[in-house]
Design a protein around this ligand. Structure first.
Ligand code: F6P
Length: 742
């Protein structure tokens, strides 16, 4: 109330000063205008008088003058007229002028003395008047003077009116301002403030219905956003503490971000963590006049990002968003996640030629098909190889810059884009602990041997202290390739390879996702239904299958759709009832094989849909665009089954994300035997994606599986995921790396 009163009084004083200022100016201007008007009128009258009395005065015809003067009585703001002859004798006077005459004596003498007009505003008691004296001539000589008295009370009255009007205006304005201010303060400050206070109180008292995000408060939006972030952090910390307590009680060894952070502190004594990858975790893109950010569709990003969020550090990657340069500082760094900054993202800029040769060429037309046995022939071009070396060196320079002055930094290199980087770094900084994790499969030595630069790649990788793959099988393939291609000592007992005095440990680390006890226990507040999701696309169906992929030829998309077709063909009772939703993110479309694939997939979807579709139903809903995690989640949660049909895949985190999303403990995963995930997700329905009939059979089996079995299988997989999450992955990898002697 006091606050309200202070604001109103302050506004009132400010308004008064403004109104007073305007009133003063208005009064001043009006006074000037009226005075000028008065003088002009007096002059005009004087001139008219001069005409009519000059002759009479010259002839001393005073009677005529008396008659004329008598007519000037109290008319048109004129109090009267007095006429003097040249000898200063009064020869005519209007009635009632006597009280004013003393004021005229001296000025009259002066005016006649100097023979010029005189005018002045005067006051007789309470009466205001204007005295105008005009010497009268008749053909030259002075014959007398006319003294005119004008009433000027109207000027005071007019000025008084202006003051009064302004005073009333001030009152009305002050009242209106006070009223509006009170309402605005009430609506935009007190009511939202009370809501905020209430929300904070509920949060503090842990009232169950309170959401972590403060309801939007128009005027206080920036504040409420910040408070929401703070509340989220507090809630997270509270939940984490509760979780730790539960974990201790359960005696389980489940990894959490906090536990990983603690482990890092103990193992590394707060040494810096630097992650290097080609794909960046956040891309900033322009949308109209604003800048938006997205997380690219990448299993590598899904896995590595939570580690940096938990432990901090620096992530070095190529900047590929069209607004990436607009948000970085002078070191090309930006704090991320953009909505809750925890670590640095340093962006490197590749030229068009480097992108073409390093990323599209050598990495994705050469190494990608080389490592995936998916029957797309690798292409190796000399120019691409040169760009691959050049960009690896560019990243090496950036990393060396970043770790300059840091003792024994920890460097985690991601993927096949950077096979040469370990050696480049170790040759300059032998004290750095360097690991490279290969996110894709490693083929057998014969297959790998077709790469013209296999030895250079192997030497480059072997510079690392630790090389990680998803599976022991890929480790074995790698060691075997080393043994055949390079002069090296392989120790099959402890899986190390020694080249030129440097030993590298080669171990499997099956990668995972951030899935903790909290996620396991979390019940989504609102879960979209199948019906709602289908409705958005004009479809009605009883059952939903889902697939989430980068549009890549390794994902077995055509095989998946053929299986859906085969299933509908063999089980016509599901026609009109089962729709498969494919959330496909276009990827590497600059490469012909990838743009051809998109066209092929679209054609196949079109063919199958045309074959079966009904009025408001179709077998395949192909949603071709980049989907955020938030957009994908409802489909994961609502679907009856998820299909992962990769022809070859290092791990495949979609399988794990689907399992993590199934908080109701229900749903079936159909999983390709050729993924790394298959080694862990033994309760999925395992398929060979090339075997269309059996995959179709798996769809039917998934849809008709008894609820108990579904829950049993899903429960097992969720338990496994909980105990083998990304925090365990990072802890194991970092433990191994920190144990290395450098
Ligand atoms: O997970 C394997 C991987 O190649 C990652 O390295 C990469 O980020 C992801 O797939 C997506 O591919 P890209 O970065 O070429 O879009």
């Amino acid at each position: 109330m006091k606050f309200n009163f202070t604001i109103i009084i302050s506004i009132f004083i400010a308004v008064s000063l403004v109104v007073l200022g305007f009133a003063l100016v208005q009064v001043h201007q009006e006074r000037q205008r009226l005075n000028i008007e008065l003088e002009q009128r007096a002059n005009l009258l004087g001139e008219a008088l001069h005409e009519s009395i000059s002759g009479q005065l010259a002839q001393e015809n005073y009677q005529k003058i008396s008659q004329l003067v008598a007519k000037f009585n109290q008319k048109q703001r004129i109090l009267g007229l007095a006429v003097y002859n040249v000898k200063d004798s009064l020869v005519g006077i209007s009635p009632g002028l006597e009280i004013y005459m003393p004021f005229a004596q001296i000025p009259l003498k002066q005016a006649m003395g100097v023979d010029s007009c005189f005018g002045q505003q005067l006051k007789a008691g309470t009466k205001n008047f204007y005295l105008h004296i005009r010497p009268i001539h008749e053909e030259g000589p002075l014959v007398g003077a006319a003294v005119l008295f004008q009433d000027t009370d109207y000027i005071q009255k007019r000025l008084g009116d202006i003051w009064r009007a302004n005073f009333i205006r001030l009152l009305v304005l002050a009242l209106a301002v006070a009223l509006v201010t009170t309402l605005v303060i009430q609506w935009s400050i007190f009511i939202p403030m009370n809501r905020m206070v209430e929300w904070m109180k509920n949060l503090r008292e842990q009232k169950p219905s309170t959401e972590a995000v403060m309801p939007p408060q128009d005027f206080f939006s920036p504040l409420s956003r910040e408070v929401s972030h703070m509340a989220e952090s507090i809630l997270e910390a509270r939940e984490a503490a509760e979780q730790e307590a539960r974990l201790r009680a359960m005696g389980e060894s489940v990894w959490t971000p906090e536990r990983l952070k603690e482990e890092m502190r103990t193992l590394l004594d707060d040494k810096q963590l630097v992650v290097v990858s080609n794909r960046e975790p956040y891309m900033h893109n322009r949308k109209g006049k604003s800048i938006e950010w997205i997380m690219p569709a990448s299993g590598m990003v899904t896995a590595i990002e939570p580690i940096l969020k938990a432990c901090g550090g620096t992530w070095i990657a190529s900047g590929t968003g069209d607004a990436d340069r607009d948000v970085v500082d002078e070191d090309d760094k930006v704090r991320v996640p953009p909505d809750d900054p925890r670590y640095n993202l340093k962006r490197l800029w590749l030229s068009k030629e480097e992108e073409e040769g390093f990323y599209y060429g050598f990495s994705n037309e050469g190494l990608w098909p080389l490592c995936h046995i998916a029957h797309t022939r690798p292409i190796f071009r000399k120019e691409d190889w040169q760009y691959y070396q050049q960009v690896n060196q560019k990243f090496a320079d950036a990393v060396l810059d970043e770790i300059e002055g840091l003792e024994e930094p920890l460097i985690l290199i991601q993927d096949y884009h950077f096979a040469l980087l370990p050696q480049m770094l170790k040759s300059k900084r032998p004290d750095a602990r360097v690991a490279i994790f290969w996110h894709i499969p490693w083929p057998n030595s014969e297959s790998f041997g077709i790469c013209p630069w296999q030895r250079e790649l192997l030497y480059g990788m072997q510079g690392a202290d630790l090389i990680g793959f998803h599976t022991q099988f890929h480790c074995n393939n790698f060691l075997d390739t080393m043994a055949r291609a390079v002069e090296s000592q392989i120790n099959w007992d402890n899986f190390t390879v020694r080249v030129g005095g440097h030993t590298t440990l080669v171990k499997p680390f099956p990668i995972s996702i951030a899935f903790t006890l909290l996620d396991m226990e979390r019940v989504p507040e609102h879960q979209a239904s199948k019906e709602d999701l289908f409705k958005e696309h004009g479809i009605k169906a009883e059952f939903m299958g889902v697939g989430v992929d980068r549009l890549d030829y390794t994902k077995g998309l055509i095989e998946r759709f053929l299986a859906v077709e085969n299933f509908l063909e063999r089980n016509p009772e599901y026609q009109g009832k089962f729709t498969f939703v494919e959330l496909g993110a276009p990827s590497r479309t600059h490469i012909k094989r990838y743009s051809d694939l998109v066209a092929e997939v679209e054609k196949e979807v079109e063919r199958i849909n045309w074959r079966f579709k009904g009025k408001d139903w179709k077998p395949i809903l192909f949603l071709k665009k980049h989907h955020s995690h938030q957009e994908i989640a409802p489909y994961y949660q609502a679907a009856d089954l998820c299909m992962v049909t990769s022809l070859h895949d290092g791990m495949n985190l979609v399988a794990k994300e689907f399992i993590a999303s199934r908080s109701n403990g229900d749903g079936v995963l159909i999983l390709s035997r050729f993924t790394g995930a298959v080694r862990e997700m033994r309760d999925a329905l395992l398929i060979n994606p090339y075997d269309i009939e059996r995959t179709a059979g798996a769809i039917r089996y998934a849809l008709e599986m008894p609820a108990d079995e579904r829950k049993q299988r899903m429960g097992n997989m969720r338990q496994h995921l909980l105990k083998n999450n990304i925090f365990l992955w990072a802890a194991r990898l970092i433990r191994e790396l920190s144990a290395v002697r450098v």
